[in-house]
Design a protein around this ligand. Sequence first.
Ligand code: ST9
Ligand code: ZN
Ligand code: ZN
Length: 334
Amino acid sequence: MTETQTINHHAPPPKQHQNGHPTAPVDDVFDATYKEKEGRRPRMQLVWRNIVLMALLHIGALYGFTLIPYAKTWTLVWTALCYVFSGLGVTAGAHRLWSHRSYKASFPLRVFLALGNSMAFQNDIYEWARDHRVHHKYSETDADPHNATRGFFFSHVGWLLVRKHPDVKEKGQKLDMSDLEEDQVVMFQRRHSLLSLVVMCFVLPTLVPWWGWGESLEVAYFLPGLFRYALQLNATWLVNSAAHMWGNRPYDVTINPRENHMVAFSAMGEGFHNYHHTFPFDYGTSEFGWRLNPTTAFIDLMCFLGFASDRKKVSKEMILARKQRTGSGSNNSD
Ligand code: ST9
Ligand code: ZN
Ligand code: ZN
């Protein structure tokens, strides 16, 4: 079945697992009953290994950037291809499929997305989705891994450089992750995460230009390897930082996430964040179809080719009703 499932109501249908393809909504609905613990936050514990590695990655990426004029044309094309492929592994894969279950994907498509996801090296899919569900459910609180009320730097990259707040783990451990535990592709990638990340994120992007068209190993490692990886990490992190701070709130003014077109462009359609936090189950993460949203176009193409199905889409009536109830009253102002 490839048709779109139009959602006209908020009440979730019952959970039904089908070979790792649950049709039901997931544990990503905002929980307004959660209250942060009284008193001071536990002291922040820096993780020096991550600080050093992240600094080295960014220095290497800047060096890669300076190599662009020396790269062969095919290496530039390959860098862009790696960006798109690994981007889809995050947007269409870890995010819209595995975190939110906003559509169903066949086994070959899940393998394709998992490979792209390994190339993106943003932890394994299971860990990504667990952090992301807890981000939606406890958004902007201590139980949100990248709580944007702690500032731009913390929500952008700082949260990856310190130990998590205990509430993230406490609340995260109560999430239902059984759908991912039943997905062989997700669990295979988690079991072999280190190997698959290293091979897909660094070895393959370096070796293909070297073998394929005689690119120097230096350019091949620093450009499609480190530069592409760091650029993509920052594009992703901007969704957690910039898109939680700057932009309009046409759907819900009571939440921080915003519509940010710059972020939508660099993150392949993931910057319509006020819409997305209001309707996390919508496969398009936006009201506007393919506009600035290549990930939606990709999912539609996969449905057309028979590799995906059951896209969940919020109805126009429901969007309008929500805009009138909680929106800012305009698409262009706060
Ligand atoms: C990266 C991820 O960059 C980026 C995610 C961004 C999300 C964006 C979302 C926006 C929407 C989509 C936009 C896509 C746009 C794409 C654009 C593409 C063009 N629940 O973590 P540990 C428990 S990664 C429940 O070590 P510490 C659990 O038992 C970059 N439980 O905690 C766990 O064990 P296990 C590369 C949880 O010690 C145990 O705690 N990676 C949860 O506090 C220990 O977990 C890095 O740079 C939870 N949520 O360490 C750093 N969390 O897993 C990698 C934890 O076995 N991370 N538990 O079950 C780390 O080194 C560490 O996590 C740490 C915290 C130091 C940050
Ligand atoms: Zn968010
Ligand atoms: Zn999300």
